[in-house]
Ligand binder design. Structure first.
Ligand SMILES: Cc1cc2nc3c(=O)[nH]c(=O)nc-3n(C[C@H](O)[C@H](O)[C@H](O)COP(=O)(O)OP(=O)(O)OC[C@H]3O[C@@H](n4cnc5c(N)ncnc54)[C@H](O)[C@@H]3O)c2cc1C
Length: 499
């Protein structure tokens, strides 16, 4: 008995003895897509993330835009991978069921000086091989964008700009990677890395160790800190840049049809107005360097700046429809481009540093670039003939036609019970989110997967119902249910004695 306990403890302490081919640190859109790309080969892959879910950091809080690739410096990785990434979204819509809203975008100019800048931007778009762009005068632009500010004189039209649903990009890639054999550990904070001989030893939560032949650092804002665990001189420093947003309720759907950009500055693409896949509209973001790159917070000053600058793009913004605000922190580095390279000091350790915007746009291309061109995985491992690139498209019940709804209801009556009234999310969709390949039993996890709680009432109506569903499905007490991480439990104690 004692002996069994001792050996179980030893296995827990040391982690698994399995040697992985690749360990990826970080399960945002970048790490998840790299995991999926590696499945094309006969490899054993483990993904570690400190969060209680996939896509909980930068990949959760951004503008959701698949940029056309019009403004990165020509010749940079950002330019090449964003134009390529934009194209790949069309393919991934088919393969993985990635949500895509084909909005196009307008970059606006307000005067002669800005029109000259717009011409320069169009020239950048040409050099970067952005398809189909053109300059339109105000009257032409107004035809498709009736609320465009009257102060606008010309726009650069970028028809290939689209909008996605960012965390679904990570879910889709990770679900498909898991289906193809990848292992994913959440709540796995990497605390130490060492390399002995040809093997990396990655310690998680200070007590478990995993081993791999290669190590990939896709840790977003933490990528320089992760690199610092194994390199003496990290080739870049992350300088977190905060972006704050307002969310307007989906009742304003159609207020703008395109992504509206101001002219870019050295701080980035500026405050935008962005229609979202599910109908809301985002105002933001600003761009402020922050000391604490791990804790995004909104501020009165930041959001006032957002409001004032959004007003330069469109007239009569329905500010009274704001339902929430949020902030995200970009993993901007002092390298001035994506840093996607093997370490100069430690063979087999790969950096994905400085993956700020347009990282969401470029994520599919970044994964392919790393696997095929930087790591040359095809020269090390054979192709896996069993790789299945397809993921079943999710049912979005509220988007179906009446006939489709009726047909589905006959097969599955639980689609008939609406749990989230604002977003019209059904009991069946919530159950699928709980028990899917990347299932969740937290309020935030269910919200990310289904949008239950993301609408006008922000969960005021449905949260209680979802708590009851989680308690029943996982056979746990409501006292054990968390909003997100273990330390965010919703209740501290019962207040009434049961009859
Ligand atoms: C405000 C804002 C707006 C943006 N808008 C756009 C846009 O419209 N279009 C666009 O293309 N791009 C945009 N971006 C950029 C885009 O969001 C990022 O490039 C992309 O999400 C980066 O993904 P990632 O996987 O590298 O990072 P993340 O999503 O941050 O993932 C990194 C992961 O590493 C994990 N991790 C960190 N440390 C550890 C550790 N010690 N142990 C284990 N795990 C760890 C984290 O938990 C996290 O899940 C925006 C970014 C921001 C912040």
């Amino acid at each position: 008995m004692l002996k069994t306990f001792f050996y179980s403890f030893l296995i827990y302490w040391k982690g698994t003895d399995k040697l992985y081919d690749y360990i990826i640190i970080g399960a945002g859109v970048i790490g998840s897509n790299i995991a999926r790309e590696l499945c094309r080969y006969q490899t054993k892959v483990l993904v570690l993330d400190k969060e209680n879910d996939v896509a909980n950091v930068q990949s959760l809080a951004n503008s959701a835009i698949v940029h056309s690739g019009h403004n990165p410096e020509p010749g940079s990785l950002k330019a090449r991978l964003s134009v390529w990434g934009n194209l790949l979204y069309e393919q991934m819509e088919e393969e993985l069921g990635i949500p895509l809203l084909k909005t196009g975008a307008y970059v606006v100019a307000h005067n002669h000086h800005e029109e000259q800048e717009l011409d320069k931007l169009a020239e950048l778009a040409r050099i970067n091989q952005v398809p189909e762009f053109s300059i339109l005068n105000y009257e032409e632009a107004l035809l498709d964008e009736p609320n465009l500010s009257k102060t606008v004189t010309k726009v650069l039209s970028l028809p290939t700009t689209k909008v996605t649903y960012p965390w679904e990009v990570a879910f889709a890639a990770m679900e498909n990677a898991i289906k193809n054999g990848v292992e994913f550990r959440k709540n796995a904070l990497v605390t130490k890395i060492r390399k002995v001989g040809n093997v990396f030893y990655v310690t998680v939560n200070n007590n478990q160790e995993y081993q791999s032949k290669y190590l990939i650092n896709a840790a977003g804002v933490a990528s320089d800190d992760i690199a610092g665990m194994i390199e003496k001189k990290v080739p870049y420093t992350i300088k977190g840049r905060k972006g704050e947003y307002f969310v307007l309720d989906k009742r304003v759907k159609g207020f703008v049809n395109h992504v509206l950009y101001p002219l870019p500055t050295e701080l980035g693409k500026g405050v935008l107005i962005t229609p979202q896949f599910h109908g809301e509209i985002l105002l933001g973001p600003n761009s402020l360097e922050v000391k604490d790159k791990y804790h995004p917070t909104t501020s009165y000053e930041g959001l006032t700046y957002v409001k004032e600058n959004a007003a330069l793009l469109a007239d009569n913004i329905p500010i009274n429809q704001i339902i929430r605000s949020f902030a995200g922190i970009r993993s901007t580095s002092d390298y001035d481009d994506f840093y996607i390279k093997e370490s100069l000091e430690v063979k087999g350790f790969y950096h994905l540093g400085g993956i700020d915007s347009p990282g969401l746009t470029a994520c599919f291309a970044i994964a392919k670039y790393l696997v095929e061109e930087v790591m040359n995985v095809g020269e090390i491992y054979s192709i896996d003939p069993n790789f299945d690139p397809l993921r079943k498209k999710k049912v979005l019940f509220n988007r179906l036609s009446l006939t489709e709804k009726k047909d589905l209801l006959l097969k599955e009556p639980l689609y008939g019970n609406i749990i989230c009234k604002c977003e019209k999310i059904t009991e069946k969709e919530i159950l699928d989110a709980m028990h899917g390949p990347l299932g969740s039993n937290t309020i935030k996890g269910i919200k990310k997967r289904t949008r239950a709680g993301a609408g006008l009432c922000q969960g005021g109506y449905c949260e209680e119902k979802i708590i009851k569903m989680i308690a029943k499905e996982f056979n746990i007490s409501p006292l054990e249910i968390a909003y997100d991480k273990e330390e965010t439990k919703l209740f501290v104690a019962e207040t009434k004695v049961k009859p």
